[in-house]
Design a protein around this ligand. Sequence first.
Ligand code: OOG
Ligand code: NI
Length: 454
Amino acid sequence: MTEKFMPPDDARALFAYKLSKMYEQADPQYKKMINIVRDVNETYMKNHPDSTTDTLDRVTQERHGAIRVATPSELNEVADFFKVFGMFPVNVYDLTSLKRDSVPIIGTAFRPITKEGLIKAPFRMFVSLLQLDDERFFSKELKAKAKTYVKNRHIFSKHARSLIEKHKNEGGLSKKDMEVLIESSVESFKLTEQLPVELLKNFGYLHDESKIISKETLAKIEKKRKLYYVDEELYTELIKDGSDIAADIICFRGTHINHLTPRTYDIEEVYHGLSQEFNMIEKIQGPEPITSSTGKNIVLQLRQTSYKAIPIPILFRTKERKIKLGCHKNPFGEIEQRGLALTEKGVLLLKNEGIKAFPTTHKEIASQQLGYYEYSSTNKMHSITYEDFLAVSAAEIFKSNLSDDISKIKKQEQKKYNDHVQRFIQIFENNGIPIMNSHTLYQIQQTQSKENIN
Ligand code: OOG
Ligand code: NI
C-alpha cells in the first residue's frame, strides 16, 4: 500500500538535500568548505571511534540554514511552511539588546523536536524577523518607507502557498505535491537569479558600480530570463541610516538563504584549514570547551565560526530608472560544533562564573545537574546534544556579511525596550504554532531514558 501522505521526516530530508544543491551554485566557496569539513570529520571519527553521541552519518548530512524576513505576515508564511516539514519554532533569540553589537533582529529556530526526527533528517533553520518598529535602529520615516516597500511581498509563490494551505486543511501532502512544494520553495530561497555570464563579461566582472547597462543589452537578456532589480535609493538609505541587515532583508525579492552550515566534530581543525584560503571572522564563537582530566575536551552547547561573504553581482535600478551593475555582500559560510546541552542551572553557572567553575568529568556535571544526559540499562550515560543556538554567537555571525561596525545605536538611545519579545511570541501564538522552550524538550528526553530503564 502506498502512503497517502509523505512522512515529514522524508520530506525534510529531501528539502535539505535540494537546498544544499541549490546553495552550491549560490556560494562558490561552499563546496570547498564542505570537503574540508568532511575530511576533518572522517579523520576525527577514525581516531576517536567511541567518543561522540552522534554518528558520522548524522553529522555528515547535518546542516542549518538561515533566512531573514521583514514582517509578521512573512513570518507566519514561513512558520506554516516549516510545519509541513516537521519543523517547529524553538527558543527566542533577542539580538536587539545585547551588551555589545546589538542588531535589529529577534529570531527563533525551526527544527525537528523529537530525537528520531533529528536522527532521520537533522535540518534546522534560523529565522530572523527585522525589528522595523525599534526606534533605536530606525527613524519613523525610514521605517514607513521600508514597510510600504514590502507590504505586498510574499516569501513563496502562489502555487506553493496553495499547497501549504492544502497541508493545513488535510493534515499532509502527497509525495507529488511535496516535490512540487520543495522545488518551488528552493527557488524562493535563492538570493536573486544568477546574472548571465554575458552580462558579467561585458562589464569585466567584478562589479564596477558606475556602469550603467544599456537598454538594448537588457532587452536582449530579458528575452531569455527574468531579471531582478534592487531599488538603489532605498538600499543606500537603509545601509546609511538603518542597518546593512535591513537592506539585505527589505530590498530583495523575498527572503534568501544566507548560509548553510555543516557540523563538525573538531571546529579548531576546520577553522585552521579554512583560514588558509578563506576570510574568516576573528575567532570561534561560543563557550570554550572544558579540558577534562582524561585529556578529552568536553564541548558545551555550541561553537561556531564563519567566513565572510564575497560580494556577488546584482542589478540596481537608479532613481532615474536606469539599470546598473552593483554588488551585495551575501551569502557567507559558517561551521559549527555541537556539544552538551546545559540545564538552566548549567546555563546560569556558565553566565555568572564561566567555564572554570565547571567540573571536568561528565559524571560530575551530571550529578550536579548542570547538563542533560540520557541513561541506558547497561548503566551507561550519554550526553544529550545541544540542538539550538546562542544569541551572542548569532549576533557575531551576522557580521559575516555586514560592515564591521554593525551597531548603529547611538549611546543616548540605549533605553530599555521591553514588549518586542512579547510581540514576537504573540505572532506565533496567534498563528497556532507556539514557540517551544528547548529545556522542556531536553528534560523530556532525559526523563524518558530513565523511565525506559525501569
Ligand atoms: C543568522 C545568524 C544566526 C547562527 O548560526 O547563530 C545563525 C543570520 O545571519 O541571518 O545562523
Ligand atoms: Ni548559522
